[in-house]
Every structure is written in C-alpha cells, then in structure tokens.
Design a protein around this ligand. Structure first.
Ligand code: DQA
Length: 144
C-alpha cells in the first residue's frame, strides 16, 4: 500500500522547485507498474486528513505486504500516525521527495522514522521508486 499525506495531491504545481513537476497520478502509475512487474498489486491512496491516514495504516496492517508512506507535514508532529505505523507488522518505508535535512529545522525531525523500517529522502519522484524497490524486496518480490 502506498499512502501520500497532505498536500501531495498538488504535486506538479506545488512549489515545483522543491517537489518537482511530476504529478501524483504519474508517480502512482509508475509505482503500480513497478509493483506489477514484481508480482504485486500496488494500491495508492492520498489523504489530507490525519485520521484517514491512521485508518489506512490499520487496513494496511491487515491487508498489505508492505507500506510506502509519505506523511507530508504530519511527518514532523503526528504521534497518531507514528503510533499507527508502530503497530504495523509489515515493512514500512518512509519516503520524502525533498531532502528534509537540507530544509527548515522543523523538517529535520521525523516522529515516524524511529518506527519505520527505513527512510528515503531527497530524490524527487525517484524517492518513490527507491522506496517501492525496498518495499518489494522486503515483501519477498523481485526488485524491478
Ligand atoms: C515532504 C516533506 C515535508 O516536510 C513536507 O511537509 C511535505 C512533503 C516531502 O515529500 O519532501 O509535504 O514529505
């Protein structure tokens, strides 16, 4: 399961100098193809709502082989998302388009990172591809 957090529906038009020009629909299409090539089905969701992301993580815990999560700004303060992530028994890859460690100090802290399997940050749309490769490999599929 792929979960994109708040404001990521605006990808392509939102601060393109930071987040690039690739749209979310383009990213999702690539991820679905990448998963399919490894014998998995990627289900992609975007939500601007913390509780909805919590519920998606609960569902992922029951149904998914791995989770790719970009919590957006929730990364930096949502303990509800962190707790839902901590409850997962499947690999969780935290992903960011931008290199959060090169940006404002408030972005340097991720409350999710300590409960994630790993984190990928700073490669633009490629971050997602790398995150999916990690998720597929950890879930036992063939990396693309
Ligand atoms: C982001 C980084 C966050 O700090 C920011 O709030 C986002 C996107 C990224 O993908 O680079 O919304 O998660």
């Amino acid at each position: 399961m792929v979960i994109h957090g708040p404001n990521l529906n605006l990808l392509g038009e939102r601060e393109p100098e930071v987040y690039g020009r690739t749209t979310l629909a383009e990213i999702d299409a690539l991820l679905i193809e990448q998963a399919q090539a490894a014998g998995f089905r990627a289900e992609c969701h975007q939500s601007n709502h913390e509780g909805e992301i919590v519920e998606l993580l609960h569902r992922a815990g029951r149904e998914a082989a791995a989770v790719v999560l970009n919590p957006g700004a929730f990364t930096h303060y949502s303990l509800a998302i962190r707790d839902a992530a901590a409850a997962l028994d499947v690999p969780l890859i935290e992903v960011h388009l931008s290199n959060v460690y090169r940006r404002e100090p408030f972005r340097h802290r991720s409350v999710v990172a300590a409960v994630a399997t790993g984190q990928i940050s700073g490669f633009g749309a490629l971050s997602y591809r790398l995150a999916m490769e990690a998720a597929l490999t950890l879930a036992g599929g063939e990396p693309a």
